[in-house]
Ligand binder design. Structure first.
Ligand code: PLP
Length: 235
């Protein structure tokens, strides 16, 4: 889609690709939730998407969740970016799902803050699936141990796994990573750890969400393909 395409055209195109990918893999397209990544984007663009029925939005800065959520408390905000422990207080209770739990320490803080607020926070464990040095997330081989440790915290509920796959223009290159995520989720699920549910697999972005759906994603996080290029790359 070129930049002049409307949000409606882009949205319908993304939904169609999700549907096609799910059907190709013999999955029900309704199992896949589209999270529209609206980081750095103005509220008007989100309102346009919401008018089309898109209510799940992904943000990676706490401040942006806070001000956007104040304007539209009916939207479902997903925290998808690296979260510092000192910002946890501001996002607990505002985000429906924190995708980016990348340390036991962060999980403990989310739990503590949640307990104080009388909540249980749903989270995903972020996995550094390709072992990229610059990326956040648990090494795949440490994920099960981390899940076991975090599951004991009273204010947190592990719903599944998330990854940011390598940036590549060839989505097929990421297929093995998505398969690895799916296997890891099954492995951890089979350990039957109390308070650990492996029902959510958040993976796939603008360039590779169709392949991620074929490999079992239940959430895809799509920004550029819906809203166009961001001004601050990688922000
Ligand atoms: C920015 C971002 C996305 C969306 O990226 P696009 O390539 O624009 O679709 C998805 N997930 C995370 C964690 C992000 O930071």
């Amino acid at each position: 889609m070129n930049d002049a395409a409307s949000v409606r055209e882009r949205y319908e195109d993304v939904l169609k690709k999700i549907k096609d990918a799910a059907e190709k893999a013999g999955r029900d397209p309704d199992e896949v939730t589209l999270v529209a990544v609206s980081k750095t984007k103005p509220i008007e663009l989100m309102e346009e998407a919401a008018a089309l029925g898109q209510l799940d939005f992904g943000e990676n800065h706490v401040q942006e969740v806070v001000w956007k959520q104040a304007l539209h408390p009916e939207y479902r905000f997903h925290m998808i970016g690296h979260l510092q422990t000192n910002k946890v207080k501001q996002v607990v209770g505002k985000a429906v799902l924190i995708h980016s739990v990348d340390s036991v320490r962060l999980a403990r803080t989310i739990s503590d803050v949640s307990v104080r607020k009388g909540l249980v926070s749903d989270v995903l464990l972020e996995i550094n699936v390709a072992s990229e040095p610059q990326k956040y997330g648990f090494p795949p081989e440490e994920a099960a141990g981390a899940a076991r440790e975090i599951a004991a915290f009273p204010g947190i509920r592990i719903r599944g796994l998330m990854c940011v796959a390598p940036n590549s223009d060839d989505p097929e290159k990421n297929r093995p990573y998505f398969q690895k995520m799916q296997h890891l989720a099954v492995d951890i699920g089979q350990k039957n750890i109390d308070n650990v549910f492996m029902t959510v697999l958040s993976m796939g972005m603008s360039k590779d969400f169709a392949v991620a759906v074929e490999e079992g994603a239940t959430i895809v996080r799509v920004g550029t393909a819906l809203f166009g290029e961001r001004e601050y790359k990688g922000a």
